[in-house]
Ligand binder design. Structure first.
Ligand SMILES: C[S@@+](CC[C@H](N)C(=O)[O-])C[C@H]1O[C@@H](n2cnc3c(N)ncnc32)[C@H](O)[C@@H]1O
Length: 219
């Protein structure tokens, strides 16, 4: 490959190793190809504020992969407010069998994701161009999802309110956050609890990251 991400291929490989992941070279190449597509389409479609190739590797690719140890064993995932396909597309690339439904309301962003699905041959990745509150669980590929994830989508309370209906029984909401959002916890809607808080380290990213797991209150 000789596109704008080529100089950062080593950084991606080092980051993947630092996350404790071992990925075939073909998968690493696919991650780079996705990053290049994002940069290319961003010039016209304004998909993400990040335009620096190095930051595509750290802030988008590695940041998305950092949650893999916590969601990588799920069978079905819905990514809400996925923008240019984050974290859903990187997760779909590295976990071929994972069924990912990617929900994004803005047409041009969903169109980009559909194009990425075709170019990267993501067989289990489905784009849903709708507002999440209008999506019914049975319209998701695989039905209600074991994991419903979002990054930079909304407050925890709105995430639970708007997306909670898409979580399968026994499943969870996964909120990717920067600093631990202590002030958002008190505003959670009734019926949801924060079951787990995982601090995450993203290689090459000098910023706090947390994954919060929300489950339905028992009883
Ligand atoms: C800040 S962006 C984050 C995009 C991506 N998750 C990321 O981390 O780069 C939030 C996205 O949520 C989408 N969005 C906002 N409200 C939505 C809703 N009700 N249903 C689906 N998507 C929504 C926006 O169009 C936008 O693309």
């Amino acid at each position: 490959m000789n596109g704008p991400l080529a100089p950062y291929a080593g950084r991606l490989a080092d980051g993947i190793a630092a996350l404790g992941l071992t990925l075939p070279q073909a998968i690493v190449d696919k991650l780079l190809a996705y990053g290049e597509l994002l940069l290319k389409w961003n010039r016209v479609y304004n998909l993400t504020a990040i335009r620096n190739p190095q930051e595509v590797v750290t802030h988008h690719l590695l940041d998305s992969l950092a949650v893999l140890p916590l969601v990588g064993n799920l069978r079905t995932l819905a990514d809400i407010g996925s923008g240019g396909g984050l974290p859903g597309i990187p997760l779909s690339i590295v976990r071929d069998g994972l069924v990912v439904n990617s929900v994004e309301t803005v047409n041009k962003k969903a169109t980009f994701q559909q194009q990425a699905k075709i170019e990267l041959q993501l067989g289990h990745f489905t784009v849903i161009n709708k507002r999440v509150e209008q999506v019914q669980p049975d319209s998701l590929s695989g039905g209600a999802a074991e994991g419903v994830i979002s990054r930079a989508f909304s407050s925890l309370a709105d995430f639970a309110r708007l997306s909670g209906h898409l979580v399968a029984e026994g499943g969870a909401l996964y909120a990717m956050k920067g600093v631990h959002p202590a002030d958002e916890l008190a505003a959670l809607p009734a019926g949801w609890i924060v079951a787990e808080v995982h601090p995450l380290t993203v290689p090459g990213l000098d910023a706090e990251r947390h994954l919060l797991v929300l489950r339905r209150q028992p009883g």
